[in-house]
Design a protein around this ligand. Structure first.
Ligand SMILES: NC(=O)c1ccc[n+]([C@@H]2O[C@H](COP(=O)([O-])OP(=O)(O)OC[C@H]3O[C@@H](n4cnc5c(N)ncnc54)[C@H](OP(=O)(O)O)[C@@H]3O)[C@@H](O)[C@H]2O)c1
Length: 287
């Protein structure tokens, strides 16, 4: 069972709920966030068990320095939760270059560098857990969320490959796939592409407006319950490959996977027709 934790994006939402719940049960938490004052209340109550680091995950040098400092503060960290991230809403053509780069820098590169910074410590201590927060949007694509989808699909693939790479070191890796939850996801650090007249009334525009109208009670997911489930997954004797949270996540992930499977069935013969003469069918030789 984990008792020391390193969590990114603890100012609100899942990160804040996890931090609160872990401190309440007596664990030690290295909490990172961009505005450390957001945890002043918890620091006042749990100064001996809460280490706070200012961190913007897009700053790779700061990610490494903060992870090293957290390990130096606690000696050992059982579970690393790479949670910081946000949504960019709008059609691909509407987004600014800066919005696109920031979305990829935060959700993909920030998450990858966080994990890379933690791996030497986890190996040196003989193992531990990594939870990477992805999304139902890592399986199901939505018009108006293409860049967010790109980041979360990326993190599902990254995390599944990483899991097999680091299993020999006793490091368990879980990808967390929440559905829509009652956090600050649609406000807070969310970004909205400037609307173009040409996209008025299109599916991407409609999704942006629906998300803007979310009032904190519309989404099915209870973030405190989801945070508790993430903690339980890190505590479990075997790291689950994935942790799906929310009834909408099961519905939408199942739909996406069934559609993909139907494509495989439809195209089995046409795909095989492109093999070289005499090629061995089935799994690639290097897999
Ligand atoms: N809520 C949902 O519906 C939902 C569903 C599936 C997946 N998720 C994922 O869950 C994770 C947490 O989101 P949430 O729902 O808890 O929303 P949230 O309340 O908005 O929390 C997001 C956290 O990420 C932080 N963050 C954003 N950019 C950052 C950066 N560059 N460096 C460091 N921290 C940064 C935010 O910090 P600031 O306060 O400084 O902005 C905040 O602490 C995200 O990865 C999100 O994609 C959310």
């Amino acid at each position: 069972m984990a008792s020391t934790w390193l969590i990114t994006g603890t100012s609100s939402g899942f990160g804040r709920h996890m931090t609160e719940q872990l401190l309440a049960r007596g664990d030690r938490v290295a909490a990172t966030l961009r505005r450390p004052s957001r945890l002043d209340d918890l620091r006042a109550q749990h100064a001996d068990r809460l280490w706070v680091g200012r961190l913007d995950v897009t700053d790779t040098a700061a990610v490494r320095a903060t992870v090293d400092a957290a390990w130096a503060a606690f000696g050992r960290i059982d579970a690393v939760v790479s949670n910081a991230g946000y949504g960019l809403f709008g059609a691909v053509e509407e987004m600014t270059d800066e919005q696109i780069e920031r979305q990829l820098d935060t959700n993909v590169l920030g998450s990858i560098q966080m994990v890379r910074a933690a791996l030497p410590h986890l190996r040196a201590q003989g193992g531990g857990r990594i939870l990477q927060v992805a999304s139902l949007g890592g399986h199901h694509a939505f018009p108006g969320l293409a860049l967010y989808n790109a980041t979360k699909f990326a993190m599902v693939g990254f995390t599944e490959a990483l899991r097999a790479e680091v299993a020999p070191f006793g490091i368990g890796v879980t990808v967390v796939e929440p559905g829509s939850a009652r956090t600050a996801f649609a406000e807070g650090s969310a970004a909205y592409a400037p609307a173009m007249e040409a996209y008025a009334g299109t599916p991407a525009d409609a999704l942006r407006e629906q998300v803007r109208a979310l009032d904190g009670t519309t989404s099915p997911g209870d973030p405190a319950r989801m945070a508790a489930a993430m903690i339980a997954a890190a505590d479990a004797p075997e790291a689950p490959v994935r942790l799906i949270l929310g009834s909408d996540a099961t519905v939408m992930i199942e739909r996406a996977l069934r559609e993909r499977l139907a494509h495989v069935e439809e195209q089995r013969e046409s795909a095989a027709a492109t093999d070289a003469d005499g090629a061995r069918g089935g799994e690639p030789s290097w897999a």
